[in-house]
Design a protein around this ligand. Structure first.
Ligand code: ZN
Length: 459
Protein backbone atom coordinates (compact mmCIF):
# COMPACT_ATOMS: atom_id res chain seq x y z
CA UNK A 1 0.00 0.00 0.00
CA UNK A 2 1.28 3.45 -0.89
CA UNK A 3 2.44 5.59 2.01
CA UNK A 4 -0.46 7.90 2.65
CA UNK A 5 1.29 11.15 3.30
CA UNK A 6 2.45 14.21 1.45
CA UNK A 7 -1.02 15.74 1.24
CA UNK A 8 -1.16 19.44 0.52
CA UNK A 9 -4.80 20.41 0.92
CA UNK A 10 -6.27 23.79 0.12
CA UNK A 11 -9.11 24.66 2.50
CA UNK A 12 -12.16 26.06 0.72
CA UNK A 13 -14.13 27.81 3.45
CA UNK A 14 -17.47 28.60 1.87
CA UNK A 15 -18.89 30.55 4.83
CA UNK A 16 -20.45 33.72 3.46
CA UNK A 17 -18.32 33.99 0.33
CA UNK A 18 -18.78 30.92 -1.84
CA UNK A 19 -17.13 31.50 -5.22
CA UNK A 20 -19.05 30.87 -8.43
CA UNK A 21 -18.18 27.57 -10.06
CA UNK A 22 -16.73 29.44 -13.01
CA UNK A 23 -14.12 30.90 -10.65
CA UNK A 24 -13.25 27.56 -9.07
CA UNK A 25 -12.77 26.19 -12.56
CA UNK A 26 -10.21 28.91 -13.24
CA UNK A 27 -8.20 28.50 -10.05
CA UNK A 28 -8.07 24.70 -9.63
CA UNK A 29 -5.42 24.38 -12.39
CA UNK A 30 -3.33 26.96 -10.51
CA UNK A 31 -3.59 24.91 -7.32
CA UNK A 32 -2.43 21.86 -9.22
CA UNK A 33 0.41 23.82 -10.75
CA UNK A 34 1.51 24.82 -7.24
CA UNK A 35 1.50 21.16 -6.19
CA UNK A 36 -1.69 21.08 -4.16
CA UNK A 37 -3.16 17.60 -4.30
CA UNK A 38 -6.39 17.97 -2.35
CA UNK A 39 -9.21 20.23 -1.18
CA UNK A 40 -10.64 20.44 2.33
CA UNK A 41 -14.13 21.69 1.53
CA UNK A 42 -16.09 23.29 4.36
CA UNK A 43 -19.54 23.74 2.84
CA UNK A 44 -21.23 25.06 6.00
CA UNK A 45 -24.58 26.46 4.80
CA UNK A 46 -23.65 26.15 1.12
CA UNK A 47 -24.41 22.43 1.00
CA UNK A 48 -27.86 21.57 -0.47
CA UNK A 49 -29.18 19.94 2.71
CA UNK A 50 -32.66 18.50 2.25
CA UNK A 51 -35.51 16.85 4.14
CA UNK A 52 -35.61 17.92 7.79
CA UNK A 53 -32.21 19.57 7.29
CA UNK A 54 -33.46 21.89 4.55
CA UNK A 55 -33.35 24.97 6.81
CA UNK A 56 -29.55 24.58 7.09
CA UNK A 57 -29.04 25.34 3.41
CA UNK A 58 -28.55 29.01 2.59
CA UNK A 59 -30.97 30.36 -0.07
CA UNK A 60 -27.90 30.63 -2.30
CA UNK A 61 -26.56 27.15 -1.48
CA UNK A 62 -24.93 25.18 -4.24
CA UNK A 63 -27.20 22.66 -5.96
CA UNK A 64 -26.48 18.94 -5.97
CA UNK A 65 -25.28 19.32 -9.54
CA UNK A 66 -22.95 22.13 -8.43
CA UNK A 67 -21.45 19.90 -5.73
CA UNK A 68 -20.95 17.10 -8.24
CA UNK A 69 -19.44 19.56 -10.72
CA UNK A 70 -16.95 20.83 -8.10
CA UNK A 71 -15.99 17.20 -7.48
CA UNK A 72 -15.45 16.64 -11.21
CA UNK A 73 -13.38 19.80 -11.57
CA UNK A 74 -11.28 18.74 -8.59
CA UNK A 75 -10.77 15.29 -10.09
CA UNK A 76 -9.74 16.79 -13.43
CA UNK A 77 -7.02 18.65 -11.55
CA UNK A 78 -5.91 15.69 -9.42
CA UNK A 79 -7.29 17.29 -6.27
CA UNK A 80 -8.61 14.79 -3.73
CA UNK A 81 -11.77 16.09 -2.03
CA UNK A 82 -12.10 15.89 1.76
CA UNK A 83 -15.39 17.38 3.00
CA UNK A 84 -15.55 18.98 6.45
CA UNK A 85 -18.76 18.91 8.50
CA UNK A 86 -18.77 20.41 11.98
CA UNK A 87 -20.20 17.98 14.54
CA UNK A 88 -19.90 19.76 17.92
CA UNK A 89 -18.81 23.42 17.98
CA UNK A 90 -19.17 26.10 15.28
CA UNK A 91 -22.68 24.93 14.52
CA UNK A 92 -24.05 28.48 14.42
CA UNK A 93 -25.50 27.87 10.96
CA UNK A 94 -27.57 25.03 12.44
CA UNK A 95 -28.38 26.20 15.94
CA UNK A 96 -29.54 29.66 14.80
CA UNK A 97 -32.68 28.06 13.32
CA UNK A 98 -35.71 27.74 15.64
CA UNK A 99 -36.12 24.08 14.67
CA UNK A 100 -32.76 23.35 16.31
CA UNK A 101 -32.76 25.77 19.31
CA UNK A 102 -33.49 22.82 21.56
CA UNK A 103 -30.14 21.23 20.72
CA UNK A 104 -28.04 24.16 21.98
CA UNK A 105 -25.79 23.48 24.96
CA UNK A 106 -26.38 27.02 26.18
CA UNK A 107 -29.80 28.42 25.20
CA UNK A 108 -28.22 31.85 24.71
CA UNK A 109 -25.49 30.73 22.33
CA UNK A 110 -25.56 29.15 18.90
CA UNK A 111 -22.03 27.77 18.85
CA UNK A 112 -22.15 24.38 20.59
CA UNK A 113 -24.35 21.34 20.41
CA UNK A 114 -25.54 19.55 23.55
CA UNK A 115 -23.91 16.12 23.41
CA UNK A 116 -26.45 14.56 25.77
CA UNK A 117 -29.62 14.94 23.73
CA UNK A 118 -30.21 11.94 21.44
CA UNK A 119 -31.34 14.22 18.60
CA UNK A 120 -27.90 15.87 18.58
CA UNK A 121 -26.16 12.75 17.38
CA UNK A 122 -28.99 12.05 14.91
CA UNK A 123 -28.58 15.58 13.53
CA UNK A 124 -24.85 15.39 12.85
CA UNK A 125 -25.04 11.85 11.49
CA UNK A 126 -27.78 12.95 9.09
CA UNK A 127 -25.66 15.93 7.99
CA UNK A 128 -22.71 13.62 7.36
CA UNK A 129 -24.93 11.12 5.52
CA UNK A 130 -26.20 13.81 3.16
CA UNK A 131 -22.71 15.14 2.44
CA UNK A 132 -21.37 11.61 1.98
CA UNK A 133 -24.16 10.85 -0.49
CA UNK A 134 -22.72 13.42 -2.89
CA UNK A 135 -19.14 12.28 -2.24
CA UNK A 136 -19.10 8.50 -2.68
CA UNK A 137 -16.04 6.38 -1.85
CA UNK A 138 -14.29 8.96 0.31
CA UNK A 139 -10.91 8.05 1.76
CA UNK A 140 -11.00 10.88 4.32
CA UNK A 141 -13.68 12.93 6.06
CA UNK A 142 -13.19 15.81 8.53
CA UNK A 143 -15.59 16.10 11.48
CA UNK A 144 -14.39 19.51 12.72
CA UNK A 145 -14.98 19.59 16.52
CA UNK A 146 -12.84 22.65 17.29
CA UNK A 147 -13.51 25.44 19.77
CA UNK A 148 -16.37 23.78 21.66
CA UNK A 149 -16.61 26.62 24.16
CA UNK A 150 -19.87 25.58 25.82
CA UNK A 151 -19.48 22.15 27.29
CA UNK A 152 -21.19 20.47 30.25
CA UNK A 153 -23.36 23.52 30.96
CA UNK A 154 -26.92 22.29 30.47
CA UNK A 155 -28.84 20.42 33.19
CA UNK A 156 -28.84 17.22 31.18
CA UNK A 157 -25.06 17.27 30.71
CA UNK A 158 -24.46 18.24 34.34
CA UNK A 159 -26.60 15.34 35.57
CA UNK A 160 -24.86 12.96 33.19
CA UNK A 161 -21.42 14.10 34.30
CA UNK A 162 -22.43 13.50 37.91
CA UNK A 163 -23.98 10.08 37.25
CA UNK A 164 -21.21 8.80 35.03
CA UNK A 165 -18.32 10.57 36.77
CA UNK A 166 -17.36 12.47 33.63
CA UNK A 167 -15.18 15.54 33.38
CA UNK A 168 -15.83 18.08 30.60
CA UNK A 169 -13.03 16.61 28.52
CA UNK A 170 -14.52 13.12 28.93
CA UNK A 171 -17.88 14.50 27.83
CA UNK A 172 -16.20 15.96 24.76
CA UNK A 173 -14.39 12.71 23.97
CA UNK A 174 -17.57 10.71 24.47
CA UNK A 175 -19.50 12.70 21.84
CA UNK A 176 -16.65 12.54 19.32
CA UNK A 177 -16.40 8.80 19.93
CA UNK A 178 -20.15 8.37 19.29
CA UNK A 179 -19.97 10.37 16.06
CA UNK A 180 -16.91 8.42 14.92
CA UNK A 181 -18.50 5.04 15.73
CA UNK A 182 -21.63 5.90 13.76
CA UNK A 183 -19.74 7.15 10.73
CA UNK A 184 -17.22 4.31 10.71
CA UNK A 185 -19.98 1.72 10.94
CA UNK A 186 -21.69 3.16 7.88
CA UNK A 187 -18.55 4.08 5.96
CA UNK A 188 -15.86 1.63 7.06
CA UNK A 189 -13.33 2.62 4.40
CA UNK A 190 -13.42 6.32 5.28
CA UNK A 191 -10.86 7.57 7.80
CA UNK A 192 -11.94 10.45 10.04
CA UNK A 193 -9.96 13.60 10.75
CA UNK A 194 -10.75 16.25 13.38
CA UNK A 195 -9.25 19.51 14.65
CA UNK A 196 -6.91 18.99 17.61
CA UNK A 197 -7.40 22.04 19.84
CA UNK A 198 -9.76 20.41 22.34
CA UNK A 199 -7.02 17.85 23.11
CA UNK A 200 -4.28 20.39 23.75
CA UNK A 201 -4.70 20.74 27.47
CA UNK A 202 -5.93 17.20 28.12
CA UNK A 203 -3.89 14.51 29.77
CA UNK A 204 -2.54 11.93 27.29
CA UNK A 205 -3.83 9.09 29.46
CA UNK A 206 -7.39 10.45 29.43
CA UNK A 207 -7.38 10.76 25.63
CA UNK A 208 -5.84 7.30 25.31
CA UNK A 209 -8.40 5.66 27.57
CA UNK A 210 -11.23 7.16 25.51
CA UNK A 211 -10.15 5.00 22.57
CA UNK A 212 -10.29 8.03 20.30
CA UNK A 213 -6.77 7.34 19.04
CA UNK A 214 -7.97 4.46 16.87
CA UNK A 215 -10.99 6.35 15.55
CA UNK A 216 -9.72 9.72 14.34
CA UNK A 217 -6.56 11.42 13.16
CA UNK A 218 -6.03 14.91 14.60
CA UNK A 219 -5.31 17.93 12.42
CA UNK A 220 -3.07 20.16 14.54
CA UNK A 221 -3.83 23.74 13.56
CA UNK A 222 -1.83 26.83 14.35
CA UNK A 223 -1.60 29.97 12.26
CA UNK A 224 1.18 32.06 13.76
CA UNK A 225 4.81 32.17 12.60
CA UNK A 226 6.04 30.72 15.91
CA UNK A 227 5.73 27.13 17.17
CA UNK A 228 2.53 26.06 18.89
CA UNK A 229 2.90 27.16 22.52
CA UNK A 230 1.83 23.94 24.25
CA UNK A 231 4.54 22.10 26.15
CA UNK A 232 5.23 18.56 24.97
CA UNK A 233 2.28 18.60 22.56
CA UNK A 234 4.07 16.37 20.03
CA UNK A 235 5.15 13.89 22.67
CA UNK A 236 1.61 13.77 24.04
CA UNK A 237 -0.02 13.32 20.63
CA UNK A 238 2.49 10.62 19.68
CA UNK A 239 1.42 8.63 22.76
CA UNK A 240 -2.18 8.62 21.49
CA UNK A 241 -2.15 8.95 17.71
CA UNK A 242 -0.06 7.09 15.12
CA UNK A 243 -0.79 9.63 12.39
CA UNK A 244 -1.40 13.36 12.41
CA UNK A 245 -2.23 16.18 10.03
CA UNK A 246 -1.16 19.83 10.23
CA UNK A 247 -3.24 22.95 9.66
CA UNK A 248 -1.66 26.24 8.52
CA UNK A 249 -3.27 29.44 7.20
CA UNK A 250 -2.71 31.36 3.97
CA UNK A 251 -5.35 33.97 4.85
CA UNK A 252 -8.12 34.80 7.29
CA UNK A 253 -6.07 34.55 10.46
CA UNK A 254 -4.64 38.00 11.12
CA UNK A 255 -7.70 40.11 11.87
CA UNK A 256 -11.44 39.75 11.86
CA UNK A 257 -11.80 42.74 9.48
CA UNK A 258 -8.62 42.14 7.48
CA UNK A 259 -9.24 42.35 3.74
CA UNK A 260 -5.69 42.40 2.27
CA UNK A 261 -3.31 39.56 3.06
CA UNK A 262 -0.02 40.06 4.87
CA UNK A 263 1.90 37.35 3.00
CA UNK A 264 5.01 37.66 5.18
CA UNK A 265 3.02 36.55 8.19
CA UNK A 266 1.60 33.50 6.46
CA UNK A 267 4.93 32.51 4.93
CA UNK A 268 6.33 32.60 8.46
CA UNK A 269 3.59 30.20 9.54
CA UNK A 270 4.47 27.74 6.76
CA UNK A 271 8.19 27.95 7.43
CA UNK A 272 7.39 27.18 11.07
CA UNK A 273 5.44 24.07 10.02
CA UNK A 274 8.30 22.89 7.81
CA UNK A 275 10.58 23.04 10.85
CA UNK A 276 8.04 21.17 12.98
CA UNK A 277 7.66 18.47 10.30
CA UNK A 278 11.42 17.92 10.20
CA UNK A 279 11.71 17.84 13.96
CA UNK A 280 8.67 15.79 14.95
CA UNK A 281 8.11 13.38 12.04
CA UNK A 282 10.01 10.58 13.79
CA UNK A 283 7.43 10.49 16.58
CA UNK A 284 4.61 9.38 14.25
CA UNK A 285 4.03 6.70 11.64
CA UNK A 286 2.90 9.43 9.25
CA UNK A 287 2.51 13.15 9.19
CA UNK A 288 -0.22 12.83 6.58
CA UNK A 289 0.14 16.31 5.23
CA UNK A 290 -0.95 19.88 5.71
CA UNK A 291 -4.20 21.73 5.10
CA UNK A 292 -3.66 25.37 4.16
CA UNK A 293 -6.71 27.03 5.68
CA UNK A 294 -8.22 30.16 4.19
CA UNK A 295 -10.93 31.48 6.47
CA UNK A 296 -13.57 33.73 4.94
CA UNK A 297 -14.94 34.77 8.32
CA UNK A 298 -14.06 33.85 11.88
CA UNK A 299 -17.48 32.33 12.45
CA UNK A 300 -20.92 32.30 10.86
CA UNK A 301 -21.89 35.67 12.36
CA UNK A 302 -18.71 37.71 11.97
CA UNK A 303 -17.89 40.00 9.05
CA UNK A 304 -16.19 38.78 5.89
CA UNK A 305 -12.42 39.05 5.97
CA UNK A 306 -10.02 38.38 3.10
CA UNK A 307 -11.73 36.88 0.09
CA UNK A 308 -10.13 34.03 -1.84
CA UNK A 309 -9.00 36.08 -4.89
CA UNK A 310 -7.25 38.59 -2.60
CA UNK A 311 -5.14 35.78 -1.18
CA UNK A 312 -4.26 33.83 -4.33
CA UNK A 313 -0.68 35.25 -4.25
CA UNK A 314 -0.35 34.17 -0.62
CA UNK A 315 -1.74 30.74 -1.43
CA UNK A 316 0.69 30.24 -4.31
CA UNK A 317 3.71 31.31 -2.28
CA UNK A 318 2.70 29.21 0.75
CA UNK A 319 1.98 26.09 -1.35
CA UNK A 320 5.26 26.36 -3.20
CA UNK A 321 7.14 27.00 0.03
CA UNK A 322 5.73 23.78 1.49
CA UNK A 323 6.47 21.87 -1.70
CA UNK A 324 10.01 23.20 -2.03
CA UNK A 325 10.83 22.92 1.66
CA UNK A 326 11.69 26.59 2.15
CA UNK A 327 10.79 30.06 0.95
CA UNK A 328 13.42 30.95 -1.64
CA UNK A 329 13.87 33.70 -4.19
CA UNK A 330 13.13 31.05 -6.82
CA UNK A 331 9.73 30.36 -5.20
CA UNK A 332 9.03 34.10 -5.11
CA UNK A 333 9.99 34.55 -8.77
CA UNK A 334 8.09 31.48 -10.01
CA UNK A 335 4.80 32.33 -8.33
CA UNK A 336 5.12 35.98 -9.43
CA UNK A 337 5.55 34.78 -13.00
CA UNK A 338 2.66 32.31 -12.68
CA UNK A 339 0.47 35.29 -11.73
CA UNK A 340 1.92 37.37 -14.57
CA UNK A 341 3.17 40.13 -12.30
CA UNK A 342 5.39 42.82 -13.75
CA UNK A 343 7.80 42.36 -10.86
CA UNK A 344 7.99 40.33 -7.68
CA UNK A 345 4.78 39.95 -5.71
CA UNK A 346 4.85 42.29 -2.74
CA UNK A 347 4.84 40.38 0.52
CA UNK A 348 3.33 43.12 2.63
CA UNK A 349 0.42 45.16 1.22
CA UNK A 350 0.82 47.79 3.92
CA UNK A 351 4.25 49.02 2.84
CA UNK A 352 3.67 49.40 -0.87
CA UNK A 353 3.74 52.71 -2.68
CA UNK A 354 1.34 51.33 -5.31
CA UNK A 355 -0.48 48.18 -6.31
CA UNK A 356 1.45 45.79 -8.58
CA UNK A 357 0.39 44.86 -12.09
CA UNK A 358 -0.61 41.21 -12.34
CA UNK A 359 -2.97 39.07 -14.35
CA UNK A 360 -4.66 36.04 -12.79
CA UNK A 361 -8.25 34.99 -12.06
CA UNK A 362 -9.73 37.53 -9.65
CA UNK A 363 -6.61 39.74 -9.66
CA UNK A 364 -8.74 42.91 -9.80
CA UNK A 365 -9.98 42.08 -6.31
CA UNK A 366 -6.41 41.58 -5.09
CA UNK A 367 -5.22 44.87 -6.60
CA UNK A 368 -8.25 46.88 -5.50
CA UNK A 369 -7.72 45.49 -1.98
CA UNK A 370 -4.20 46.91 -1.90
CA UNK A 371 -5.51 50.24 -3.20
CA UNK A 372 -8.13 50.20 -0.46
CA UNK A 373 -5.41 49.61 2.16
CA UNK A 374 -3.75 52.84 1.04
CA UNK A 375 -7.01 54.74 0.88
CA UNK A 376 -7.91 53.60 4.38
CA UNK A 377 -4.47 54.65 5.59
CA UNK A 378 -5.06 58.15 4.21
CA UNK A 379 -8.48 58.26 5.86
CA UNK A 380 -6.85 57.31 9.14
CA UNK A 381 -3.87 59.69 8.92
CA UNK A 382 -5.54 62.69 7.31
CA UNK A 383 -8.95 62.62 8.91
CA UNK A 384 -9.57 60.25 11.80
CA UNK A 385 -6.28 60.51 13.69
CA UNK A 386 -6.25 64.27 13.24
CA UNK A 387 -9.56 64.67 15.00
CA UNK A 388 -8.75 62.08 17.59
CA UNK A 389 -5.46 63.63 18.60
CA UNK A 390 -6.33 67.29 18.40
CA UNK A 391 -10.00 67.91 18.56
CA UNK A 392 -11.91 64.80 19.47
CA UNK A 393 -14.21 62.99 17.09
CA UNK A 394 -16.78 65.71 16.52
CA UNK A 395 -14.87 68.08 14.27
CA UNK A 396 -17.79 70.32 13.43
CA UNK A 397 -18.36 71.12 17.06
CA UNK A 398 -14.72 71.84 17.79
CA UNK A 399 -13.56 73.85 14.84
CA UNK A 400 -15.17 77.03 13.57
CA UNK A 401 -16.46 76.27 10.05
CA UNK A 402 -14.62 79.23 8.52
CA UNK A 403 -11.20 78.23 9.92
CA UNK A 404 -8.38 77.44 7.51
CA UNK A 405 -7.83 74.07 9.14
CA UNK A 406 -11.46 73.08 8.87
CA UNK A 407 -11.53 74.07 5.24
CA UNK A 408 -8.45 71.92 4.48
CA UNK A 409 -9.92 68.94 6.30
CA UNK A 410 -13.27 69.24 4.54
CA UNK A 411 -11.58 69.44 1.20
CA UNK A 412 -9.62 66.25 2.05
CA UNK A 413 -12.88 64.58 3.09
CA UNK A 414 -14.38 65.44 -0.29
CA UNK A 415 -11.36 64.05 -2.15
CA UNK A 416 -11.45 60.81 -0.16
CA UNK A 417 -15.21 60.49 -0.57
CA UNK A 418 -14.82 60.65 -4.30
CA UNK A 419 -11.97 58.09 -4.19
CA UNK A 420 -14.07 55.72 -2.07
CA UNK A 421 -17.04 56.08 -4.44
CA UNK A 422 -14.78 55.24 -7.35
CA UNK A 423 -13.27 52.16 -5.68
CA UNK A 424 -16.74 51.02 -4.58
CA UNK A 425 -17.90 50.91 -8.18
CA UNK A 426 -14.80 49.01 -9.27
CA UNK A 427 -15.17 46.52 -6.42
CA UNK A 428 -18.85 45.90 -7.25
CA UNK A 429 -17.93 45.01 -10.81
CA UNK A 430 -14.93 42.82 -9.93
CA UNK A 431 -16.57 41.03 -7.04
CA UNK A 432 -19.62 40.20 -9.18
CA UNK A 433 -17.38 38.20 -11.54
CA UNK A 434 -16.44 35.83 -8.71
CA UNK A 435 -19.17 35.95 -6.07
CA UNK A 436 -22.94 35.87 -5.71
CA UNK A 437 -24.83 39.15 -4.99
CA UNK A 438 -25.19 38.58 -1.22
CA UNK A 439 -21.40 38.34 -0.80
CA UNK A 440 -20.80 41.41 -2.96
CA UNK A 441 -23.31 43.44 -0.98
CA UNK A 442 -22.02 42.36 2.40
CA UNK A 443 -18.34 42.85 1.58
CA UNK A 444 -18.91 46.31 0.06
CA UNK A 445 -20.99 47.38 3.04
CA UNK A 446 -18.46 46.26 5.62
CA UNK A 447 -15.27 47.41 3.95
CA UNK A 448 -16.25 50.42 1.81
CA UNK A 449 -19.71 51.87 2.44
CA UNK A 450 -19.15 52.20 6.17
CA UNK A 451 -16.25 54.58 5.37
CA UNK A 452 -18.29 56.51 2.81
CA UNK A 453 -21.00 57.07 5.42
CA UNK A 454 -18.44 58.24 7.96
CA UNK A 455 -17.00 60.74 5.49
CA UNK A 456 -20.44 62.03 4.58
CA UNK A 457 -21.03 62.53 8.25
CA UNK A 458 -17.98 64.78 8.47
CA UNK A 459 -19.09 66.93 5.52
ZN1 ZN B 1 -25.97 19.39 27.31
Amino acid sequence: MAREEGYRLVHLDLKGAPPKLSYLQQIFPLLKKWNANGLLIEYEDMFPYEGNLKPLASPSAYSKDDVRAIGEMAKDNDLLVIPLVQTFGHLEFVLKHPEFFILREDPGHTRSLCPSKPDSLRLVVEMIDQVMSLHPHLRWFHIGADEVYHLGECDLCKARMLDEGLTKEMLFLSHVRSVAHQVMTKFPTTQLIMWDDMFRLSDAQVIKESGIGSLVEPMVWYYQPCDIPVIDIWKKYSQVFSNIWLGSAFKGATGIQQYATDITYHLGNHVMWLTVMMKEAGKFDHIRGIALTGWQRYDHFTVLCELLPAAIPSLGLCLQTIHTGSFTSKVHETVSQDLQCTGLLPLNPFQLPAAPECSFPGCDIYILGIQLVHLDAQFEWKILSHFRSEQGDLCKMNLPPESEKMSAVLSECERLLSAYEEIRQKFVKSLADVFFPHTVEEWINVHVIVKILKLKDFL
